[in-house]
Design a protein around this ligand. Structure first.
Ligand SMILES: Cc1ncc(COP(=O)(O)O)c(C=O)c1O
Length: 398
């Protein structure tokens, strides 16, 4: 048997007709940029997650960059974030000109440790950027309290957490601004790149709306006027002012969600319960089967409803186990093999091995196995057997 780690083709096949009809109707409409598919998807996704405003954009990385820019984060600022995440989280901070400051994660939840966040706060800290890692919610009560106490923005990286609940509700994983990715393998994955920013704050929403289209239009004007007001300056009288896209007020980006993606994502959103339940069911069955083995199964905080973007096991011999699984046709991998504080791109920040011991240990001892909702029962059983055999083989080699 050959089993992929993530199988987006199978997801497409499950509701192929619906998705293909949606795509065809966009192709025939001639409305490829913006339009009602995009605005409807923004409203529907914001409502699904429990936010007032949804601002779509090109991908999850841009969503974080736009969110930070809208908050005024830039050169000279520090943003506290985990190193146990995908590169884009900290890369986005660096793109704004700010400095990522890495805090270690909790050894049970794999999410940023609130106590370490508090230790990392300095006069330069402007925001905290937690990641709901693998689809488990961070400890949002503690993070919110820390941000409130120190006057910091809370920016949630929800790229892996569409559908995740904290304290019974999806909206409880959101921060002042929250950033989602619709990369095809994600819990809600498009047929290409896509992203979304969610917020309840109209000022942030308007700044994001303008920044994603070259800082133009009435939202750009509104945002620039607000910046002048906040600085106590009067708005220049001779500035050319108009509300069309050819009047630019901010240095922004070109980051849009295509109408084609929006139309497909709208259809997929109607199946979100099925997707999340499928992931949770697979995770529960793995947990049951592996509870009394040498594998450490994922810890699910009682306050959270984990969406299992990734199901990772922990084992002191993870590398050897992965080799055996691969030889049995089971795709697996470490998410992520190089912690961000040790990545070459961040070498200038001066971190060294040993600085974040929990993160570094997880990068050596954890590995993900297939958990996608369309996994067949016999495939899951095959994976469980392969895991148990791998454990036995290693035991016998000792
Ligand atoms: C935690 C995290 N943050 C950010 C991103 C960036 O999203 P995208 O690939 O859509 O740019 C991803 C996904 O790839 C991610 O997993």
């Amino acid at each position: 048997m050959k089993i992929q780690l993530m199988n987006v083709q199978r997801q497409h096949e499950t509701h192929a007709e619906e998705y293909e009809e949606a795509a065809l109707s966009v192709l025939r409409s001639g409305m490829y940029i913006g339009g009602s598919e995009v605005t409807s998807f923004e409203e529907e996704f914001a409502s699904y997650e429990g936010a007032r405003f949804g601002i779509s954009c090109g991908n999850g990385t841009d969503a974080i960059v736009l969110a930070l820019r809208a908050l005024g984060v830039g050169k000279g600022d520090e943003v506290i974030t985990p190193a146990w995440t995908f590169f884009a989280t900290a890369e986005s901070i660096a793109i704004t000109g700010a400095t990522p400051v890495f805090a270690d994660v909790d050894p049970k939840t794999y999410c940023i440790d609130p106590a370490k966040v508090e230790e990392a706060i300095t006069e330069k800290t402007k925001a905290v950027l937690p990641v709901h890692f693998y689809g488990q919610s961070c400890d949002m009560d503690q993070l919110r309290a820390i941000c409130k106490k120190h006057g910091l923005y809370l920016v949630s990286d929800c790229a892996q957490a569409a559908g995740t609940k904290y304290k019974g509700e999806r909206k409880n994983i959101l921060g002042d601004v929250s950033c989602f990715s619709f990369f095809p393998t994600k819990n809600l994955g498009g047929d290409g790149d896509g992203g979304m920013i969610l917020t309840d704050d109209e000022n942030i929403a308007r700044a994001c709306r303008s920044l994603k289209v070259h800082g133009s239009g009435k939202d750009g004007l509104w945002t620039l006027k607000r910046e002048y007001e906040m600085k106590g300056l009067s708005f220049p009288e001779n500035m050319p002012v108009g509300e069309s896209k050819y009047y630019n007020y901010l240095i922004g980006y070109n980051s849009r969600l295509d109408a084609l993606q929006a139309a497909i994502l709208r259809k997929k959103l109607t199946h979100m319960d099925e997707f999340v339940e499928g992931r949770r069911k697979n995770a529960a069955l793995y947990n049951e089967a592996l509870r009394d083995t040498s594998y450490e199964i994922p810890f699910e905080m009682p306050e959270t409803e984990h969406a299992y973007y990734i199901y990772a096991l922990k084992h002191p011999n993870a590398q050897a186990i992965m080799e055996i699984l691969k030889s049995e046709g089971v795709a697996c991998g470490t998410y992520y093999p190089v912690p961000l504080h040790l990545q070459g791109a961040f070498a200038h920040l001066g971190y060294k091995p040993g600085d974040l011991p929990v993160t570094e240990d997880l990068s050596r001892t954890t590995f993900a196995i297939p958990v996608f909702p369309e996994l067949f029962d016999e495939e899951r059983e095959y994976i469980i057997t392969a895991l148990k055999n791998a454990e036995k083989n290693l035991e016998a080699e000792k």
